[in-house]
Write a protein that binds this ligand. Structure first.
Ligand code: ATP
Ligand code: MG
Length: 243
C-alpha cells in the first residue's frame, strides 16, 4: 500500500495515509483498537474496497476494477463476520463453491473440501446447513471456504474470535505451517505473538509502528498509544489465593 486513504460515503475516514510492503511468505499481524482500520486494510488488499487515494498492489497487479479477477485468484479473505462468507444450503456446498467457480474437476473439488474441513476440525459438519451452526463452527467453516481456494495470500480478520481453546491452538499451529503470505488482524495478541513474525500497529487509520512482533508487543507504552494492552501471557498472572 502506498499513501492509501479511504473515506466511506458517509464521510468516515477509515484510512488516513497507509504505507507498507509485505513480501511473499511473511507472516504479519495487524493490531489496533476497534475502528483503527484493520478490516479496512484487509478489504482493500482483497479488492472489496477500492482506495479513495493512493495505490494498492498485490504482486504485479495494481488493485482496480479491471484487475479484480486476477487479484481475487491470489488473495483469500476470511471476513470478520462469518455470515458474510456462508450462503449455500450446506457446509459442503459452501466450501465447494470457490473451487467449483474455478472449474476444477469434481474429484479435486471433493478432495479440497475434505482437506479444508479437516484443517479446521470440521469434517463432521459437511452435510449441516451453514446457518445452523454455532458461532465458532461458522468461523471454522468460513476459514475452510478460503483454504479450499489454495490462496497465495491469506487474509484473516479476527480468526480466533469465538473459537474454543483447542480449535484456537490448532489454528495457531496451522498458521505457523502455512508457507505463503499471511496477514492476521486480531485483538488476540497472544495469537499474533505465536503466529506472526512481523506486526503493524494501527491507530486512527495510520500505521504507528511496523516491526518484529516480539519487540512491538512487549512495548507497553506503544500499545497504550494504540489503545491496547500487553498480550495476556506477558501480563503476569495475578493468582487469587484460596481463602
Ligand atoms: N460501512 C461503514 N460505513 C461507515 N464507516 C465505517 C464503515 N465500516 C467501518 N467504518 C469506520 O471506518 C473506521 C475503520 O473501521 P474498521 O472496520 O476498518 O476498523 P477495525 O480496526 O477493523 O475495528 P474492529 O476491531 O472493531 O473490527 C471506523 O472509524 C469505522 O467506524
Ligand atoms: Mg475489524
Amino acid at each position: 500500500m502506498r499513501g492509501v486513504r479511504f473515506t466511506f460515503p458517509d464521510g468516515s475516514e477509515a484510512l488516513r495515509g497507509v504505507d507498507f510492503t509485505i513480501h511473499h511468505g511473511e507472516s504479519v499481524g495487524l493490531v489496533g483498537a476497534n475502528g483503527a482500520g484493520k478490516s479496512s486494510i484487509l478489504l482493500h488488499l482483497a479488492g472489496v474496497y477500492l482506495a479513495s487515494e493512493g495505490e494498492v498492489r498485490v504482486g504485479d497487479w495494481p488493485v482496480s476494477r479491471s484487475t479484480l479477477v486476477e487479484v481475487r485468484r491470489r488473495v483469500g479473505l476470511v471476513f470478520q463476520d462469518p455470515d458474510d462468507q456462508l450462503f449455500m444450503p450446506t457446509v459442503f456446498q459452501d466450501v465447494a463453491f470457490g473451487p467449483a467457480n474455478q472449474h476444477l474437476p469434481p474429484p479435486e473439488i471433493e478432495q479440497r473440501v475434505g482437506e479444508a474441513l479437516a484443517h479446521v476440525g470440521a469434517e463432521h459438519l459437511g452435510q449441516r446447513p451453514s446457518h445452523r451452526l454455532s458461532g465458532g463452527e461458522r468461523r471454522a467453516v468460513a476459514l475452510a471456504t478460503v483454504l479450499a481456494l489454495h490462496p497465495d495470500i491469506l487474509l484473516l480478520d479476527e480468526p480466533s474470535a469465538g473459537l474454543d481453546p483447542m480449535t484456537r491452538r490448532r489454528l495457531i499451529r496451522w498458521l505457523g505451517s502455512f508457507e505463503h503470505t499471511r496477514i492476521v488482524a486480531s485483538h488476540d495478541l497472544d495469537l499474533v505473538l505465536d503466529s506472526c513474525e512481523r506486526t503493524l500497529v494501527l491507530a486512527a487509520g495510520r500505521i504507528i509502528a511496523d516491526g518484529p512482533t516480539w519487540s512491538l508487543l512487549t512495548d507497553a507504552a506503544l500499545l497504550e498509544r494504540a489503545g491496547l494492552e500487553l498480550p495476556l501471557r506477558l501480563q503476569g498472572s495475578p493468582v487469587t489465593p484460596h481463602r
